[in-house]
Ligand binder design. Sequence first.
Ligand SMILES: CC(C)(COP(=O)(O)OP(=O)(O)OC[C@H]1O[C@@H](n2cnc3c(N)ncnc32)[C@H](O)[C@@H]1OP(=O)(O)O)[C@@H](O)C(=O)NCCC(=O)NCCS
Length: 173
Amino acid sequence: MDIIKTKRFILRLIRLKDAKDLAKNMNNWNVIKNLSQIPFPYELRHAKQFSGKIEKEMKKEKPENYVMVIEIDGEVVGAVGAHHIVHGHKAEMGYWLAEKHWGRGIMSEVVKKFMAHIFTKFKLRRICAYAYPYNKGSMRVMEKVGMKFEGIGRKDMIKDGKFLDVHIYAKVK
Ligand SMILES: CC(C)(COP(=O)(O)OP(=O)(O)OC[C@H]1O[C@@H](n2cnc3c(N)ncnc32)[C@H](O)[C@@H]1OP(=O)(O)O)[C@@H](O)C(=O)NCCC(=O)NCCS
């Protein structure tokens, strides 16, 4: 099933209709400074392009990207996705949450549920994720969900014209 319901949130597949909430909650530098390849300001057209593309791609038998949104009280307030999926092997995970919901353990719960779901769905043996060196909150989330620190990819990403190191975390089965 591609829907996960808990007491605090619903996780379900992203769709084009989510673009308005996505643009509203993601267009925040405190969110975007931690993400790779996301434009800032993040406008409705960006959200439409992304959600429409992924909605379409997820209809394929073997999608390379798989994204669920986090819904709280009927509003889309975040997302968690698997990217570069190699079916039967591995995927890279990314996630974000609207700032108004930070610090209540929501993302740790989301990531735990999402990883269990995609390990099974895509028969994965490895899920990895990357955090910039200043993103202590995200590193803590990854530790809390049982991912292990594997090392630092030096100058692995370019953000705002700067080369940044990334802290690599992964969980394997
Ligand atoms: C990172 C993010 C997803 C965390 O979401 P969240 O729901 O607040 O996370 P949780 O509450 O589940 O856990 C956060 C943990 O980090 C800790 N934390 C937060 N900021 C911290 C900081 N500056 N230094 C150290 N620990 C910090 C919290 O105390 C908490 O740990 P605890 O439960 O042991 O106290 C959210 O802040 C976010 O969306 N940030 C912007 C996008 C982003 O960074 N995405 C990830 C890219 S790798």
